[in-house]
Design a protein around this ligand. Structure first.
Ligand code: N01
Length: 539
């Protein structure tokens, strides 16, 4: 039996925001390009993450592509859209752009190796397919490898266990059930506030409290939808000039700096940000909150006092919004909530502080904690996150020029020059991946902004008739040092967060995103380009 080989200029792995953007743009530029996607549909994380309450923490107008042909014909019906509406959006984009004809669904890439003679990647899929591609674009996103902690006894649980990122597509009816949720990250907050009102009992296993901010959700009528479309083009353009690819930035609201402002004035400003909600009290705050411990504490205390007003039980209040911050404010991913804190006022909701009483093991009937208490459950929800950013890449058996796998290469930590290439893996480019602004930015913005730089590089290669590009060892190391130095000089290093790769045991502790913001990131690309794509060996 012979296997047909698909020969391509570019193979994109992953049909989420970044992969679809690449497909559309590269196809228009005349490249032979296809996407291989493990899921049966497009949408990336929005295909897999259909757990109760899953929704986006960026408001709808900015959580879409900036192409006017698309946004002019699309409205979300809530300010912060839910997963099912985002899926509808992807289907709308697919219809408009005809993407699916170049996507192979149900096609998980198992491995790839670089053929030095041909300057091509030879790619294998789990269902036996082979592709030869000049360039391999890794659009695997930041959250494609779910993480399940090694909790003793998990396999012995007699009820159902669901990881939020592997939620059954047909849904799960949890009304009337006794549910435990492990994890209070962005996912945990959403699932907890959704399940609290419908389950018989909810036991929340919290290790670290989330400094969640009010979402200020809005249902949108026609006038509201029209209002959101105003100045869209300017708002999209602004994304490249802001830290996180939003239409607002640090100090936009706050003024240039906190220096010289009275404590009363700062409190007054914080009240204004609180009223605006969303990420404004975080990414619209003073830029100094990431470096100035004293100011950071002011922001934390403000958040704590606001939240505590909503929690009746003083013990719960101390656990959910502690007097002393568990880590500096905003250096771990902040989540948006709608009724999260009120859920803990319900009689059917129990909070377990895992710092005080760690999980000893899962039993057939529930979860046994160190105080000897067995929490009876029939359903366990694991909101324990992902092997973030690099996990989706190292899960694939990618072999570079030294025969080493990417997993082996990154055993000592991730090195990815401009967040785009790593030495020894020529013609393989990460888009919206490690050491790029990715996880510290709005996904669709970064997919376009970082994606454009990658296309720019590919176009340069095509124009100059070159067929091989690879980052140098020195460039990789310098990029990593730049990021590590910055993280060490800020408060980021003080939290055990996935930003610091500290959420998965065994991972090297390092800042996994580019933490200096999109404008600085783009400046690095410009500087490299002006120096003849310095840091890349082009042949
Ligand atoms: O994962 P997380 P996530 N025992 O790693 C806990 C994006 N996202 O899925 O904080 C007990 O943040 C862990 O505790 P701790 C977004 O970028 C976006 O929530 O490490 N608990 C933590 O509470 C987000 O940041 C959106 O002490 C354990 C939780 O599990 C990223 O995805 C929605 C444990 C994991 O939190 C990941 O979010 C959802 C253990 N052994 C996600 N191990 C939107 O935009 C881990 N935990 C809406």
């Amino acid at each position: 039996m012979t296997t047909d080989v698909e020969v391509l200029d570019v193979l994109v792995i992953g049909a989420g925001f970044s992969g679809l953007y690449q497909l559309d743009r590269l196809r228009r530029l005349g490249y032979a390009v296809k996407i291989y996607e493990a899921a049966p549909a497009l949408g990336g994380v929005w295909y897999w993450n259909c757990y109760p309450g899953a929704r986006c923490d960026t408001y709808g107008p900015l959580y879409q592509y900036s192409n006017p042909d698309l946004w002019q014909g699309w409205d979300f019906d809530e300010l912060y859209p839910s997963w099912d509406k985002i899926r509808e959006y992807f289907h709308y984009v697919d219809e408009k752009l005809g993407l699916s004809r170049d996507i192979r669904y149900n096609t998980r890439v198992s491995g790839a190796s670089f053929d030095e003679a041909q300057h091509r990647w030879i790619v294998r899929t789990e269902n036996g397919g082979i592709a030869h591609a000049r360039y391999l674009l890794m659009c695997t996103g930041i959250g494609s490898k779910p993480y399940t902690p090694p909790i003793p006894g998990l396999e012995s649980f007699a009820g159902r266990v669901h990881h939020t990122a592997q939620w059954p597509q047909e849904g799960v009816d949890l009304s009337g059930r006794h549910v435990g949720v492990i994890g209070t990250g962005a996912t945990g907050v959403q699932v907890i506030q959704e399940l609290g009102p419908v389950v018989a009992s909810l036991t929340v296993f919290q290790r670290t409290p989330n400094m969640a901010l009010p979402m200020r959700q809005q249902q949108l009528d026609d006038a509201g939808k029209r209002a959101l479309r105003e100045n869209m083009q300017e708002r999209y353009a602004k994304r490249a000039r802001t830290f996180g690819g939003y239409d607002f930035d640090f100090n936009d609201y706050a003024g240039p700096t906190a220096a010289g402002l009275t404590p009363e004035r700062i409190q007054q400003m914080y009240e204004e940000y609180w009223a605006l909600g969303g990420f404004v009290p975080w990414l619209g705050n003073f830029a100094e909150i990431w470096t100035d411990e004293r100011l950071n504490r002011v922001a934390y205390d403000f958040w704590r006092d606001k939240v505590r007003q909503r929690i009746r039980d003083p013990w719960m209040a101390e656990k959910l919004a502690p007097t002393e911050p568990p880590h500096p404010y905003g250096v771990k991913r902040i989540s948006l909530e709608q009724r999260y804190y009120e859920v803990f006022n319900q009689p059917n909701v129990t909070l377990v502080d895992l710092k005080e009483t760690p999980i000893e093991r899962v039993t057939p009937q529930g979860v046994l904690t160190a105080d000897g208490r067995e929490h009876a459950l029939d359903t366990l929800v694991l909101a324990t996150g992902f092997d973030m950013v690099s996990g989706g890449l190292t899960a694939i058996d990618l072999r570079g020029t030294h025969g080493r796998s990417l997993r082996e290469q990154w055993q000592g930590g991730v090195n990815a020059y401009l967040g785009t290439m790593t030495h020894g893996f020529p013609n393989m480019l990460f888009v919206y991946g490690p050491q790029a602004p990715a996880g510290l930015s709005n996904g669709p913005s970064s997919s376009e902004i970082h994606g454009d730089e990658v296309i720019h590089l590919l176009e340069h290669l095509r124009r100059t008739g070159r067929t091989r590009v690879e980052s140098t060892l020195e460039a990789d190391a310098a990029w990593r040092k730049r990021i590590d130095d910055y993280a060490a000089a800020t408060l980021f290093a003080r939290a055990d967060s996935w930003y610091m790769s500290a959420n998965v045991p065994g991972k090297v502790r390092q800042m996994i995103n580019y933490p200096m913001g999109i404008p600085d990131y783009l400046a690095q690309w410009r500087a490299a380009e002006q120096a003849g794509f310095a840091g890349f060996e082009i042949a």
